[in-house]
Design a binder for this molecule. Sequence first.
Ligand SMILES: Cc1ncc(COP(=O)(O)O)c(C=O)c1O
Length: 445
Amino acid sequence: MTQSNWMPLFHKMPDLLAPTMAKDHPNLPVVKEEGCYYYGLDGKKYLDFTSGIAVANTGHRHPKVVQAIKEAADRLMHGPSGVIMYESILRLAEELMKILPEGLDCFFFANSGTEAIEGAIKLAKHVTRRPYVISFTGCFHGRSLGALSVSTSKSKYRKYLQPNGLTYQLPYANPKDCPAEEDPDVYFANKLENDVASLFAHQVTPEEVACMIVEPVLGEGGYIVPPKGWLHKMREICDRYEILLIFDEVQTGFGRTGEWFAAQTFGVTPDIMAIAKGIASGLPLSATVASKELMKQWPLGSHGTTFGGNPIACEAALATLEVFREEKLLENCREVGEYARKKLEVLKRKHPVIGDVRSIGLMIGIEIVHPHTGEPNGEGVMNILNRCLQKGVLFYLCGNQGEVIRMIPPLIVTKEQIDEGLSMLDEALTEYEAEIGVHSFASGK
Ligand SMILES: Cc1ncc(COP(=O)(O)O)c(C=O)c1O
């Protein structure tokens, strides 16, 4: 198939696609992707600091992954669950077991993050025979009705849908809310203890709660890194009441926080984990993971899938794991992540519109504020992102009001590419500040 100039077709996008797809930002028309770059239909090359929303952790179209996909397609394209069995899905389960926290050793493969979450909640309810779920304000877990019932990153996602999954919400731990004189680990551990006690006293008994579900680092909700002590306390409370702890590692997984999973970064092992996004470098694949003991209580027929654990996607995932090891991507994530954080702190001192820089590994949030009030500035983010795009670097956004620039480059990114992307961001910030009449400081040093 040859690449035509499909710009006229692109202009029909608003009629062909639902606005909820067509109006998203930035819908950059591209003809090719490679490594850390997209190649636009306009002939320009764009540095990608989105990784296709935390998916292309090995870079776009890594040659080893592409080769594995081609070879797999020559053998087997579809593995209807329960009808046939194939080597790659079993081999992948064995390989994933090696990188997951101990005890997470049994898999239900699906296609998307949302499905992995659905599986996790269904499993927890089935095993405990309890109806209720506790989730945390600001978390995003997907867009199906079940996943939405525990997602509160934006109310517009839930409008008219009345997701009635029998859930209760507790506040997420945002280090910004910790009083200056307090230790955040202790403060948020005590706060969680009090929040839970109040919930159990007034609204639901612990014996009715199947699970707590949490993003170990808040993603869509604004890239907030909670104190370790909060997650450790969550583990302790779940153990106390025999409530299952679910980690949504859809975005934090596959090296994003500098370890294979945030569970390892924080030293907390959940009972159930949902993994997706980076798992197969771009092919749709996900998994609900738990111990054999838990999974064995989920009998045949209680869950299923037609496409989940697709054989080509499984081969892509196996190749992805090899690339991680061969190219030392966890090490690169930690080293380049630290480099980027330091550079961003310099930019923060230079640009009054930067309210905060939050990062863990290569999961980086740059909060944009109105400099005189400190209020979140979603409009500013759009202005800055559009300028960045014109200059040739692609960022994404997050936060309840779209006030955070989300920077999630592929884990193969180099320091030179960080320099290249951040110098374009620096220019965009300077231009935006000039437009709104705020002076950037000449140097952030
Ligand atoms: C933390 C988290 N959970 C779940 C999902 C849903 O994943 P998917 O879009 O693959 O269904 C996402 C997607 O962005 C996510 O970031």
